[in-house]
Design a protein. Structure first.
Length: 253
């Protein structure tokens, strides 16, 4: 049976084709690199891709379209990329929506970093760089013309200051122009968590708070927990998303 990745809306034919090729490579290399569970791996791979599609649509509707705007250029960082989830899927979906994105997939394990580079050569794959290092321990290309920044984390737990401080260290100085919006999107369970509890454990500043990380300054615009609506197709297996937003301020004077 042909894999299906749509969750509540039809995907473009090109999108479906690229995601199908990506799924095939996940399965092809899974035994050597351990990218997804080996138990019923075909269904697992399809389910994870669908989960990422549903999560993207949820973020886009609640936060992403506002962050990107009609003319924004996006700088994306996926931390702990593993086998490319969610980064590869989200970049394909950003491309489907016509968003100009420059991405860095951060993965310290060499075999998985190799796999990320490998799938980046698939026909129709979105462009991105792979950083074989831990976040904040190696330099990335400077943030210059981008007007929005997106972080995604699926299987990695880092505090807000570790993420934003790592950005300042990795991208160097000077920072981009003040006013750049930043979304940090963490995949979370759909039950057993609350927005307030996550904000406390991840040290997310409350809305309006000004804070420094690394040698850059930010203002928090708050955070929220997004979960699939009960009536949606991915309600049972969808991912919760904890989304926090910040705005870059000027360097200390």
């Amino acid at each position: 049976m042909k894999a299906r990745f749509d969750v509540g809306r039809p995907l473009a034919a090109d999108t479906t084709q690229v995601l199908g090729a990506y799924r095939a490579e996940l399965l092809r290399w899974n035994r050597q690199i351990n990218l997804v569970s080996r138990r019923d791996s075909e269904a697992v791979a399809e389910g994870l891709i669908r989960q990422c599609v549903g999560a993207f649509d949820r973020w886009w509707e609640a936060s992403g379209a506002e962050l990107v705007g009609p003319t924004a250029t996006l700088r994306m960082f996926d931390l702990g990329s593993g086998g490319g989830l969610p980064a590869f899927v989200w970049l394909v979906l950003l491309k489907e929506r016509g968003v100009k994105a420059r991405a860095t997939l951060v993965e310290p394990r060499e075999k998985r970093a190799w796999f990320l580079e490998h799938i980046g050569r698939l026909p129709g794959a979105p462009g991105y760089d792979v950083l074989t290092a831990r976040w904040g321990e190696a330099a990335v290309a400077a943030i210059t013309d981008e007007t929005a920044i997106l972080f995604t984390l699926k299987a990695l737990r880092l505090s807000e200051s570790a993420i934003l401080g790592g950005l300042a260290v990795a991208a160097g100085a000077p920072p981009p122009s003040p006013g750049v919006g930043i979304d940090i999107v963490r995949f979370q369970p759909t039950t057993g968590v609350t927005a307030a509890g996550l904000a406390a454990s991840l040290e997310t500043p409350p809305a309006g708070a000004r804070h420094g990380a690394g040698f850059w300054n930010f203002e928090s615009r708050g955070s929220r927990l997004l979960v699939p609506a009960a009536a949606t197709p991915d309600a049972a297996r969808g991912a919760g998303l904890f989304v926090s937003r910040h705005v870059l301020l000027r360097e200390p004077g």
